[in-house]
Design a protein around this ligand. Structure first.
Ligand SMILES: Nc1ncnc2c1ncn2[C@@H]1O[C@H](COP(=O)(O)OP(=O)(O)OP(=O)(O)O)[C@@H](O)[C@H]1O
Ligand SMILES: [Mg+2]
Length: 151
């Protein structure tokens, strides 16, 4: 599937995970995904869908206390690894992913970063930005996604 931008209503957590599986079809090794949205918006749920779509190993959980979680590629042809980063505690000073001392070669993996806006854009010449929103009153959730070039 070619790169696409879009908008979607996400009534349930399953819808968020399904969107993640769809977005995974656009992703290739070396791609960067930046997830933006408030606490509990569904960033980790979306990552779970991306992981399912890529077919990576291991359960996706919130990486909050370890900063980065690495998921090995599955066994199918063309399988891609996933690096799931939580930039919430990085405080905007992630100069290089190298600093995280990953075992995964970033060029062979899809890198998904929660709270990555303004922190990790420079790691790639372009990224998929997903903005998750949650209306406090109605609890209606939405996603907007767009491919952006790094300036
Ligand atoms: N439509 C929905 N999409 C995503 N999550 C939903 C939805 N409806 C309810 N939820 C619930 O909201 C919570 C979302 O949690 P999740 O960990 O994915 O958010 P997060 O954005 O990663 O939060 P954090 O900023 O703490 O990392 C889960 O408990 C999930 O079950
Ligand atoms: Mg999270």
């Amino acid at each position: 599937m070619s790169d696409s931008n879009g908008h979607r209503l996400l009534p349930t957590v399953e819808d968020t995970e399904a969107l993640g599986r769809e977005l995974a079809e656009q992703l290739e090794p070396g791609d960067l995904v930046i997830l933006d949205g408030p606490l509990g918006a569904g960033k980790t749920a979306l990552t779970r869908g991306i992981a399912a779509g890529l077919g990576v190993q291991g359960r996706v959980s919130s990486p909050t206390f370890i900063i980065a979680r690495q998921h090995r590629a599955g066994n199918h042809p063309g399988a891609v690894a996933l690096v799931h980063v939580d930039a919430y505690r990085l405080g905007g000073d992630l100069d290089e992913l190298d600093a995280l001392d990953l075992d995964t070669d970033i060029d062979d993996a899809v890198v998904v970063v929660e709270w990555g806006t303004g922190v990790v854009e420079h790691l790639s010449d372009r990224h998929l930005r997903v903005q998750l929103r949650r209306e406090p009153e109605s609890d209606v959730r939405t996603a907007d996604w767009t491919w952006l070039a790094t300036n």
